[in-house]
Design a protein around this ligand. Structure first.
Ligand SMILES: NC(=O)C1=CN([C@@H]2O[C@H](COP(=O)(O)OP(=O)(O)OC[C@H]3O[C@@H](n4cnc5c(N)ncnc54)[C@H](O)[C@@H]3O)[C@@H](O)[C@H]2O)C=CC1
Ligand SMILES: N[C@@H](CC=O)C(=O)O
Length: 362
């Protein structure tokens, strides 16, 4: 069985899981983790056993509490103090053949533990991009752990589960190679720029995107281009380009004055985004163009993410909602790129990507 998870594996999952027993611990019960908890209560997840769940401050390992449909809400005020060791012990003592840690946080310290968890025999399924899309040594440690047999479910890290990484791996397994990559890799920025026409403030749309669960916990991770850069790095690295974080040119949409304030202050000052973006929008419109936040990797490994004015005929100008678009030019898809497109953010699709990766392990 390969070390990374293929979509096809999911099909036989339910029956196998019942036979082998799969125990899971969930880190993060926010927007994505909360949606996953709902999915765990559906027949699709009947073979999985939740033995621990945690938010940043509290955790639960009692079977009775974990079975409570209000678990996410209750964890906000009730539960044991956070302690990773107790959660891992719940996996160890579960008697399950397959032990899975699900990371539905954006916490870099937690992501830094993925390789260690894999080395200790746990499988890891993650929506958290901080390791694979972070500093190169972290990516290399992850690859080393995967080479030793650890299995890493990463579908949710790119395109919120769109079949991007699995397609890329399949192409590579056939000897194909990625030449260039271009597209819209952010669901929230897609949602924002697909709708923004200058008639309403950008900050209002951003509040909406946040309410719908499309943005990162701190929306500056989206607006700064950091989240898109991480996705670009994850794809590029999976395609064999060992790019460092400093090799991606990143354009930030966050005004200088808002970059180092705390999250609450930033959220209280969103209107400061409006004027510069209204100006850029008006300039693009006057030339018949639209603004899109694009990621690009060329054949020499040069990578850039940022706001680009594109003509109305550009493929990225014809996206809707949270659509992501990944155009892969490869040695075999060279006259026309292979394009993967669809909703690229949102709790339900992302939680489904996590569940699919867990089921594929069994
Ligand atoms: N929202 C979306 O559409 C998508 C999100 N993702 C990723 O999913 C992850 C979670 O995103 P959201 O659910 O939107 O964020 P959120 O802010 O709603 O939830 C984060 C959760 O992580 C918990 N947490 C933080 N540190 C923790 C720790 N050390 N131990 C246990 N729990 C901890 C928080 O208490 C919270 O429950 C992020 O990495 C994000 O990039 C990936 C694809 C799509
Ligand atoms: N905040 C992210 C969520 C998915 O990774 C985005 O907007 O794409």
């Amino acid at each position: 069985m390969s070390a990374v998870l293929a979509e096809a594996d999911v099909q036989t999952a339910g029956a196998n899981a019942a036979a082998s027993g799969t125990a899971i611990v969930l880190f993060g019960t926010g927007v994505v983790g909360g949606a996953l908890l709902k999915l765990l209560n559906t027949p699709a997840a009947a073979s999985l056993r939740l033995v621990g769940a945690a938010n940043s401050r509290r955790q639960q390992t009692s079977a009775e509490q974990l079975a409570d449909r209000a678990l996410r809400e209750k964890l906000k005020s009730h539960g044991d103090p956070r302690d990773d060791a107790t959660l891992l012990r719940a996996l160890d003592t579960s008697g399950a053949a397959v032990k899975v840690i699900i990371d539905a946080t954006a916490n870099a310290n937690l992501a830094a533990r993925h390789a260690d968890w894999l080395a200790r025999g746990y499988h890891v399924v993650t929506a958290n991009k901080a390791l694979a899309g972070g500093e190169l040594p972290g990516w290399r440690a992850l690859q080393a752990a995967v080479a030793q047999g650890g299995r890493y479910g990463d579908a949710a890290t790119v395109g919120a589960g769109l079949p991007v990484l699995s397609t890329l791996r399949r192409l590579r397994a056939c000897g194909d190679a990625l030449l260039t990559l271009e597209g819209v890799f952010s669901g929230s920025l897609s949602y924002l720029f697909n709708q923004y026409d200058g008639s309403q403030p950008f900050s209002g749309l951003l509040r909406e995107a946040r309410k719908l669960g499309y943005t990162e916990p701190d929306p500056r991770s989206d607006l700064s281009g950091e989240d898109v850069a991480r996705k670009l790095l994850i794809i590029a690295r999976n395609a064999g380009f060992a790019l460092g974080t400093d090799e991606v040119e990143v354009e930030s949409l966050v005004p200088e004055a808002l970059r180092s304030v705390d999250t609450d202050s930033f959220l209280a000052r969103l209107e400061e985004l409006d004027e510069p973006l209204a100006r850029r929008h008006a300039e693009a419109k006057a030339r018949g163009g639209v603004l899109r936040f694009l990621a690009r990797l060329n054949q020499r490994g040069k990578a850039r993410v940022g706001l680009v004015e594109v003509p109305a005929t550009h493929p990225a100008a014809r996206l809707y909602g949270t659509d992501n678009q990944f155009a892969l030019t490869t040695t075999r898809y060279h006259s026309q790129p292979l394009v993967i497109q669809g909703p690229g953010a949102g709790p339900e699709v992302t939680a489904q990507a996590l569940l699919g990766d867990v089921l594929a392990l069994t």
